[in-house]
Design a binder for this molecule. Structure first.
Ligand code: HAM
Length: 422
C-alpha cells in the first residue's frame, strides 16, 4: 500500500515555496515598520489552554482540535490558532512587566484544525498573526487593521473589503444576549441542533451559523449596535474615525460575530470579492479580547490582534492574476570536461560560493550540450567551461548568457573577473 500525504495538508515544493518565502518576507518587513517583534511558541500546548482561551462552545474546541494524550498521560493539542498560545507566553514570561508597552508581537507558523477540506480550507495551514497586548487605546485597533491592509495592498491585492463590528463590553453583551434569547427562544425548534445548543450558552453564535444563515429570524435579530453602552459606543466611534482618518474604507456589519469566544469591542474581517476566489471569502479575521489575559491567569490586560492564512492570501493573489516578482537565477554554472577538469571544478565551485556567488556544477557526468541545457534551465548569468585544453593553458572559458559573448580568463583571475561583472 502506498503512503500518501494526510487529507487537508499539502507539500510546498521548490518553485512554489519561493512565493511563500516572498510573502513571509513582506510580512516581516511590514511588522518591522509597525514595530511588532516575532514570537515563536510550541506547535502543541496543553488542551486546557484552548478550552479556556478559545472557548468550550466554539466549533474549534468542540469538533476541530487535534488532541492527543502524550506518553505521560497529559492531554495535548496541536495549536488551532495563535492568540491563546501568544497570551499564554505573555503571561508566563511576565511580558506585562516590561517597560515597553503595549507588547507588540507577531507569529508565522502552522495551525491545525480538523475541518472539511475545500479550497482555502486546510487541516494544516500557515497563519501569520499579530497581537498587541496592554493598550485599550482605539488607535491600536486602527493600527492593527491598517497593518493587515498594508500587507495585502503591498502584495498588490485590490479586491478587498473590510468589515467591522463592535461586540461591546461585558455589560453591552449581557443586554444583547438577553434580547437575542428572547428573539430566538419561541422558534428555536426551527434551527439546527448546534443553534439549539447555542441558545443558552452563546446565542450570538446563532448569527454566525452556516446552516441557518437565511432564516428570517437571523435577518431580524436585534443588533448588538443597539445595545452598546455609552463607553462601548464611544470606543467604536473612535475606531471608525481613526480608520477614516487614515483613508481605510470599511463597512459595518452588526452580524459579524467571529467564531472564537474571546472577543469584545472591535471585531473585523477582510474579505476578497475577486471572482474565482471561491466560496470562502474571508481572508483574515481578528478583534479585541480584553478578558483573555486574565482568563489565562495573567493580570487584567487588554489585547487586540488578527490572523490570516498564507494559503488564502496566495489564493486571492491567483484570483486577481497577480504574479509575485520571484526571480530564479544562479550566478554561475561550471562545466567541466574530463577527469582532471572535474577535479579542479570541485575546488573552483567551492571558491565561487565562498566569494558569495550562487553556483552549481554537473554531478551526473552529462555531455557538454546537456550541461548547457541544465544551465539554461537554471537561468544562469555565466557559464564557465573548463576542458582539457583550458586546463593545459590554465584558463577558463566564460560565457555571458545574457549577451552571448565569450572570454578566456586565467583561472587565478576567474573569481575577480566575475566580481567585476556582477
Ligand atoms: P480565525 O478567524 O479562526 O481567527 O482565523 C483567522 C484566519 O486564519 C482566517 O481568516 C483564515 O485566513 C485562516 N484560517 C482559519 N482556518 C483556516 C483553514 N482551515 N485553512 C486555511 N486558512 C484558515 C483566529 O484564528 C484568531 N486567532 C485571530 C485573532 C488573532 N484574533 C485576535 N488575534
Amino acid at each position: 500500500m502506498s503512503i500518501n500525504i494526510p487529507r487537508g495538508t499539502q507539500d510546498i515544493l521548490p518553485g512554489v515555496v519561493e512565493e511563500w518565502q516572498y510573502v513571509e518576507q513582506k510580512m516581516r518587513e511590514m511588522c518591522k515598520r509597525y514595530n511588532y517583534s516575532e514570537i515563536r511558541t510550541p506547535i502543541f500546548e496543553q488542551t486546557e489552554l484552548f478550552q479556556r482561551g478559545v472557548g468550550e462552545t466554539t466549533d474549534i474546541v468542540q469538533k476541530e482540535m487535534y488532541t492527543f494524550e502524550d506518553r505521560g498521560g497529559r492531554s495535548m493539542t496541536l495549536r488551532p490558532e495563535g492568540t491563546a498560545p501568544t497570551v499564554r507566553s505573555f503571561v508566563e514570561n511576565k511580558m506585562y512587566g516590561s517597560p515597553n508597552q503595549p507588547t507588540k508581537l507577531f507569529y508565522i507558523g502552522p495551525m491545525f484544525r480538523y475541518e472539511r477540506p475545500q479550497a482555502g480550507r486546510w487541516r494544516q495551514f500557515i497563519q501569520f498573526g499579530v497581537e498587541a497586548l496592554g493598550s485599550s487605546d482605539p488607535a491600536i485597533d486602527a493600527e492593527v487593521i491598517a497593518l493587515a491592509m498594508d500587507i495585502y495592498r503591498e502584495l498588490g491585492l485590490k479586491r478587498l473589503k473590510l468589515v467591522i463590528n463592535s461586540l461591546g463590553d461585558i455589560e453591552s453583551r449581557k443586554a444583547h444576549r438577553e434580547a437575542l434569547m428572547n428573539h430566538f427562544k419561541p422558534r428555536i425548534g426551527e434551527f439546527c441542533g448546534d443553534c439549539q445548543n447555542r441558545l443558552e450558552k452563546n446565542p450570538m453564535r446563532i448569527l454566525d451559523c452556516k446552516k441557518d444563515r437565511d432564516h428570517e429570524l437571523i435577518k431580524s435579530a436585534p443588533s448588538i449596535l443597539d445595545y452598546l453602552n455609552d463607553e462601548s459606543r464611544v470606543f467604536f466611534e473612535k475606531v471608525k474615525t481613526y480608520l477614516t482618518d487614515i483613508g481605510i474604507e470599511f463597512q459595518v456589519d452588526p452580524n459579524l460575530v467571529r467564531g472564537l469566544d474571546y472577543y469584545n469591542h472591535t471585531a473585523f474581517e477582510i474579505m476578497s470579492d475577486a471572482e474565482g476566489f471561491g466560496a470562502i471569502t474571508t481572508l483574515m479575521g481578528g478583534g479585541r479580547y480584553n478578558g483573555l489575559v486574565e482568563e489565562i491567569g495573567g493580570p487584567a490586560t487588554p489585547g487586540i490582534g488578527f490572523a490570516l492564512s498564507i494559503e488564502r492570501l496566495l489564493l486571492a493573489l491567483k484570483a486577481e492574476n497577480i504574479s509575485l516578482p520571484i526571480a530564479q537565477e544562479l550566478d554561475c554554472y561550471l562545466i567541466a570536461l574530463g577527469d582532471q577538469a572535474k577535479d579542479k571544478a570541485t575546488s573552483l565551485l567551492y571558491e565561487l560560493r565562498k566569494a558569495g556567488f550562487t553556483a552549481e556544477k554537473d554531478y551526473q557526468d552529462r555531455k557538454l550540450k546537456a550541461q548547457f541545457k541544465t544551465a539554461d534551465r537554471l537561468n544562469v548569468k555565466f557559464v564557465a567551461v573548463l576542458g582539457e585544453d583550458e586546463l593545459v593553458k590554465n584558463v577558463i572559458n566564460i560565457k555571458d548568457m545574457s549577451t552571448g559573448t565569450q572570454e578566456e580568463v586565467g583561472i587565478s583571475n576567474f573569481i575577480e573577473y566575475l566580481l567585476e561583472r556582477s
